[in-house]
Design a protein around this ligand. Structure first.
Ligand code: AMP
Length: 179
């Protein structure tokens, strides 16, 4: 992707101060999703450097990960597995609890959604502290999958999540960085 393409993607991410809580700079990707060229560029960038046939499933994290995951999986020629907040999936689930800045949360996946040994790409819109993405990666491995990489539209590197993913030995890449 060329510099003007990155410029367009940055221009299409809207920053909303103090949402959902005071002090948070919320990176809103809805203008990017609404822009045909921005959406295509984002998917091109996410799929870039992923060899055809190298991924068996895209695992998408609720909720904004879902917005890109179907299109990315279709480009990669694989299926899509949703990882959801508790109580949303109708079938038997496998879950993982993880720590948030304040409190705890939980992610769930359908039992059998991942074929043992499947090569999995984990996708979310943004990585901050990395708690969500790390928990999702662990859940994939508990389900018998093999995490081959993570893709994010946005990294907030100052919050350390992408470093934790790298320390865990998983390759991660984000298209846009907000220092
Ligand atoms: P974390 O577990 O801290 O890496 O947080 C990542 C999750 O929270 C992702 O699913 C994001 O959608 C959401 N998130 C965290 N911080 C922000 C932010 N500043 N702007 C938009 N979404 C965020």
């Amino acid at each position: 992707m060329k510099d003007p393409d990155f410029d367009l993607l940055y221009a299409l991410v809207r920053t909303i101060a103090d949402f959902p809580a005071p002090g948070i700079q919320f990176r809103d990707i809805t203008p990017l999703l609404a822009d045909a060229r921005g959406l295509t560029l984002a998917l091109d960038g996410l799929a870039h450097d992923i060899a055809p046939g190298s991924v068996d499933a895209v695992v998408a994290i609720e909720a904004r990960g879902f917005l890109l995951a179907g299109a990315l999986a279709q480009r990669l020629g694989c299926g899509l597995v949703p990882v959801r907040k508790p109580g949303k999936l109708p079938g038997a689930t496998l879950g993982i609890d993880y720590a948030l800045e304040y409190g705890r949360d939980r992610l769930e996946m359908h039992v059998g959604a991942i074929t043992p040994g499947a090569r999995v790409l984990v996708l979310d819109d943004l990585i901050a502290t990395g708690g969500t993405a790390l928990a999702c990666g662990e859940l994939v491995e508990r389900a018998g999958g093999r995490v081959t990489g993570f893709r994010f539209l946005i990294d907030l590197p100052a919050l350390g999540g992408s470093r934790l993913i790298a320390e865990r030995g998983w390759p991660a890449r984000a298209l846009l960085n907000y220092p």
